[in-house]
Ligand binder design. Structure first.
Ligand code: OAD
Length: 233
């Protein structure tokens, strides 16, 4: 298997993931036929303005998605990536996903570029709380709490982005299940390439990243990584 050859011949890998890796766990992606942005309007649910206008509606949507995430289980892609970290091959996961499936599969070093759906942040004092089960009421602190995620028009967390760039310069990269259209995450494979590293991509369809990938594996993430898991075994 060519992905296994890519993995075996590498001196260290960073994995960049998007919504497609969690699709096989039943969590909807954003774009495409059944994507969230086909059914819901991001400007009404995922912007600071939307939250100011109608915090209850925004929270209701995030609490629904939080429930979905907690009822989902990590699939073979999440599990294999965690196993590869345990073996010392994968050095870190950089994810655009707000779900916690990488952590629940056993991954330790996970960089969340777009925040986490299982966290809320106080708008006044900045305190962050993490939940270990879905919530059904809006959490309060000294001020209104908001989902601890990155919304449209907001910058990415500085430390996480810096670390993601450093890792992309340093290691080979496997990109899994991202459409590669949202910046700055979409630039990371290009940074890896420019730094002389190899890039492999796993996706059910080609993306803007495919053109620079040394290896493109077409397929569902859980199925592709199940094959890798067999070879590790
Ligand atoms: P998208 O919904 O844009 O893209 C999902 C990608 O996964 C597509 O390229 C699909 O072809 C692919 N895909 C679907 N099912 C798959 C499967 N079973 N196996 C492998 N690949 C599969 O999701 P992202 O690229 O993650 O941002 O979107 C990036 C950002 O846009 C998100 O983090 C979110 C969204 O707006 C914020 O919320 C800030």
């Amino acid at each position: 298997m060519r992905l296994w050859e890519f993995i075996e011949s590498s001196d260290g890998i960073v994995v960049l993931t998007g919504a497609g890796i969690s699709a096989d766990s039943g969590i909807p992606t954003f774009r495409g036929k059944d994507g969230l942005w086909n059914k819901y309007r991001p400007e009404e649910l995922a912007t600071p303005e939307a939250f100011r206008k109608n915090p209850e509606l925004v929270w209701e949507w995030y609490m629904w998605r939080m429930k979905l995430v907690f009822s989902a289980k990590p699939n073979d892609a999440h599990k294999t990536i965690a196993k590869l970290e345990e073996l010392g091959i994968v050095k870190a996961v950089i994810t655009q996903n707000v779900d916690n499936l990488h952590e629940r599969a056993g991954s330790r070093k996970v960089i969340h570029l777009h925040g986490r759906i299982d966290e809320a942040r106080c708008e006044v004092c900045g305190k962050v709380v993490r939940f270990d089960e879905p919530i059904s009421e809006i959490p309060r602190c000294c001020g209104m709490m908001r989902p601890n995620v990155v919304w449209f028009g907001e910058p990415l967390p500085e430390k996480e982005l810096r670390e993601a760039i450093e890792l992309s310069e340093k290691f080979d990269m496997i990109v899994v299940g991202t459409s590669g259209v949202v910046q700055p995450a979409a630039s990371l494979p290009f940074i890896a390439k420019r730094s002389g590293r190899r890039v492999a991509e796993v996706n059910v369809e080609e993306t803007p990243i495919t053109a620079i990938a040394d290896l493109f594996v077409r397929g569902r993430a859980s199925e592709v990584f199940r094959e890798v898991l067999k070879l590790i075994g």
